[in-house]
Ligand binder design. Structure first.
Ligand SMILES: Nc1nc2c(c(=O)[nH]1)N[C@@H](CNc1ccc(C(=O)N[C@@H](CCC(=O)N[C@@H](CCC(=O)N[C@@H](CCC(=O)O)C(=O)O)C(=O)O)C(=O)O)cc1)CN2
Ligand SMILES: [Zn+2]
Length: 749
């Protein structure tokens, strides 16, 4: 009845970011809509062909998206916000919801579970009128069937869709699930009529503690959906962890298959879940990280599992959206390290090898198994994984290395030292990453610009950014980060133990991508990483310039991390490198150092029981990275992506002198949360939402500052944007920061 070889989903940006270039071209008016659609159709077709050629017997479709899969689902369910309803053209309406227009605010963006991918948050109110528009799903299915592809449409399930939505007017979105189920029933009927044999409904929320009663809800919802008369076979897919009780609940329904994450989840849960009459899609190849699968170990797990289930299919643990396309372009990779890795294309082959070994025996796949075994054997004693000096240094650390003197004493000293006005104004670090800056870096790589010319151009950028900030009248300046391709990759390129890919692009949101570095070995800092740039910038002005570093938790979160030791240990290694950098900056005369930790919330475990242990090592690593400096040196940190509730205590525990934090969109809510736990340090709640091209007026920021002053006394309050300015234009930034400084002056007066 089933299939045997598949993947949960795939990336869609294109191996060479074709979709990014097409979509951005369309937005800029350089590309027609027909050209955009053609690029998209080509990507879908080549993606399906790649999976077929690899040997999969069921191919996920409707995994394409012009921007984001949650936004697609909102469109499919008629749940785009009313403020875009007047935009008649569906594609324009879709992009308006994603990015906003001059008159319309976009949907909020937030992290997709514990990944670095951002989804758009649907807004569901009591008045949201759901209505099915299955055109896109049906078109994707038809396109695949026309190519004779055994297509399996994938949609986000109702529990996950509502569970991740934002309630409007005090509504709890999940309370409207019964209004949504008829649409899913209709969708199943339509898909069956259109020829779908299987449909995959993604319910990753079932691996979290995000809501009470999820298992019972899953049983109710899928009992109902499996009762649809003429429907395709139904696969409910979980990923990103162990689905716990929800698995047995699904087992009690009449759905046909369940997808499970066997990389992060436990086989025991699956074996105990009562799935003897179901297809179990076993996610044994890691879709979330880049390590090569130990095929022997994986086959042993699958062999154990097989007697407990109806049919067993082999798959990835989640969509390969979260890993790069292929190792092939990574020509800078040494063969030993290459042997330890598998990107998406290599993972497809692993899935097929395991599936065939399961049916035909391991010997039939001897070449694949031998190659994996030989490559992974080199990992055991690779010297790069064990640096004796570093290990000795870590072993010698004591609690004192993570503790600074009392915050109040530090505040007095740095106050006297820095002589700042009340409500000091500053920014978060980056200024616009212009085309010129990126082109210079591309030319440096291509060899048409030499290192000296590159440095001169970056210095000119820094000088321009310093002059702009002085002209605007900001109090604490930044150098603008022009020399950084990315706030994590830049550091990874200079630390040992990391490999920075040449083309390992992964979608972060919409058309924006990142190249997560691979952290495979012990970490050392051969030389200072930021000091020359900071010193150059400080030499241009009498105002203080902040040194700018990325913290250990964020460096881990936005890299592919080694799986051979606890994350806490890896975090401390990175923290030591950052600590050494803070000391060099201080030595070079930099009096304020910001250590960004925007990903502190992102790595928070999805299950509540694991959170305290995580927060302990995360906070400890940050403190190790920052506690080496003198009392006069002011340590700043920065966090974004709101929803700080679960980590608010940890933010206080970081013991930074100044914390800048996203707050503009949520009207300073976070300040009350900080007050509730007795937070007494200085804080800069963002007053300018940098995610939107819209330039806020000074009055809007004056209002936000007044709201902030209701929660925090003036002598603890800073004035700054929500986040860095790298995605904005110089014109937007100049106007917005001028208005921000005006607002600060008005409130001071
Ligand atoms: N790692 C990470 N994760 C993060 C964030 C982050 O800053 N870093 N922030 C949040 C997400 N926000 C983001 C905001 C912007 C971009 C972004 O702008 N990405 C750029 C790529 C940035 C980059 O790596 N730039 C490189 C390479 C740029 C490039 O594409 N070069 C061209 C040629 C350059 C040209 O001529 O234009 C090429 O290689 O083909 C550089 O500057 O050197 C993009 O998608 O375009 C990504 C994430 C959360 N997660
Ligand atoms: Zn930020």
């Amino acid at each position: 009845m089933g299939f045997h070889t598949t993947v949960t989903g795939t990336a869609r940006i294109g191996a060479d970011r074709e979709l990014k270039h097409a979509v951005e071209g369309y937005w800029a008016g350089r590309l027609s809509r027909e050209e955009l659609h053609r690029v998209a159709a080509d990507l879908r077709r080549s993606g399906r062909q790649q999976l077929l050629a690899a040997g999969l017997d069921s191919i996920p479709v409707n995994t394409f998206s012009y921007y984001d899969q949650m936004l697609d689902m909102a469109a499919t369910l008629g749940a785009l916000p009313p403020r875009v309803a007047a935009i008649a053209d569906p594609l324009d309406r879709y992009f308006a919801a994603a990015r906003g227009t001059a008159d319309v605010l976009p949907l909020e963006m937030t992290k997709w579970f514990d990944t670095n991918y951002h989804y758009l948050v649907p807004e569901i109110g009591p008045d949201t009128v759901f209505g099915l528009d299955a055109a896109t799903v049906l078109a994707d299915l038809a396109e695949a069937l026309a190519d004779d592809v055994p297509a399996r449409p994938v949609v986000i399930g109702p529990i996950t869709f509502l569970g991740l939505s934002k309630g409007v007017d005090d509504l709890v979105p999940l309370d409207r699930i019964d209004d949504l189920l008829p649409l899913y029933e209709q969708l199943l009927t339509d898909l069956a009529a259109a020829g779908a044999e299987w449909v995959q409904i993604d319910e990753p929320i079932l691996v979290t503690d995000a809501h009470d009663g999820l298992a019972a809800l899953a049983e109710r919802v899928y009992s109902r959906l499996s009762a649809v008369a003429a429907r395709p076979r139904l696969l409910v897919q979980t990923y990103f962890g162990d689905a716990g009780d929800a698995l047995a609940a699904l087992g009690r329904t009449d759905i046909d298959g369940v997808g499970v994450d066997l990389v992060r989840g436990s086989v025991a849960t699956v074996e105990a879940a009562g799935l003897a009459d179901k297809l179990v899609v076993a996610g044994i190849v890691d879709g979330h990280n880049v390590w090569r699968t130990d095929l022997d170990a994986a086959l042993a797990v699958l062999t154990d599992l097989r007697p407990h289930v109806g049919t067993l299919a082999v798959s990835t643990s989640c969509s390969t959206l979260h890993v790069p396309y292929s190792l092939a372009p990574e020509t800078g990779l040494d063969d030993v390290l290459r042997g330890w890795l598998a990107f998406a294309a290599e993972k497809f082959d692993e899935v097929v090898a395991l599936s065939r070994a399961l049916t035909d025996g391991r010997d039939a796949q001897a070449a694949a198994f031998d190659a994996a075994r030989a490559a992974l054997a080199t990992r055991a004693d690779d010297p790069r994984r064990h640096d004796a000096d570093l290990r000795a240094r870590l072993a010698g650390l004591t609690d004192a290395d993570r503790i600074r003197t009392a915050a109040t004493q530090r505040q007095e000293l740095s106050r006297a030292h820095l002589a700042l006005p009340t409500l000091p104004t500053t920014t978060i670090g980056s200024f616009p990453q212009t085309g010129d800056i990126r082109a210079a870096r591309a030319r440096l790589r291509a060899g048409t610009l030499d290192a000296e010319q590159y440095r001169a151009q970056m210095e000119a950028e820094i000088a321009a950014v310093i002059a702009l900030q002085e002209q605007i009248g900001l109090d604490v300046l930044v150098h603008g980060e022009p020399e950084r391709n990315d706030m994590v990759q830049y550091f990874a390129e200079q630390l040992t133990g990391f490999f920075a890919t040449a083309n390992g692009w992964v979608q972060s949101y919409g058309s924006r991508c990142v190249r997560p570095p691979i952290l495979f070995g012990d970490v050392q800092r051969p030389a200072p990483m930021t000091v020359d740039w900071a010193v150059y910038a400080q030499g241009l002005t009498d105002k203080p310039v902040k040194g700018m570093l990325t913290g250990p938790v964020t460096i881990l979160a936005w890299s592919f991390v080694r799986d051979d030791q606890p994350l806490a240990q890896t975090a401390d290694q990175v923290a030591l490198a950052i600590r050494d950098e803070t000391l060099d900056l201080q030595e070079a005369g930099i009096g304020i150092i910001q250590v960004d930790e925007p990903a502190l919330r992102e790595l928070l475990p999805l299950r509540a029981t694991e959170r305290a242990a995580y927060l302990e090592w995360a906070v400890n690593a940050f403190k190790l990275s920052t506690a080496g400096v003198n009392d006069e040196t002011q340590i700043h940190t920065h966090l974004c992506y709101s929803e700080f509730g679960d980590v608010i205590g940890a933010i206080a525990d970081l013991d930074a002198d100044v914390t800048s934090i996203e707050a503009a969109r949520s009207h300073m809510e976070v300040l009350d949360d900080l007050n509730a736990i007795g937070f007494a340090a200085e804080v800069g709640p963002g007053v300018y939402d940098i995610h939107s091209p819209r330039v806020p007026a000074a009055e809007e920021m004056t209002t936000l500052l007044a709201e902030a002053l209701a929660a925090v006394p003036a002598d603890r309050l800073w004035v700054n944007p929500d986040c860095g300015l790298k995605t904005r234009t110089t014109a937007q930034v100049t106007a917005a920061l001028t208005a921000m400084v005006d607002a600060a002056k008005a409130v001071r007066a």
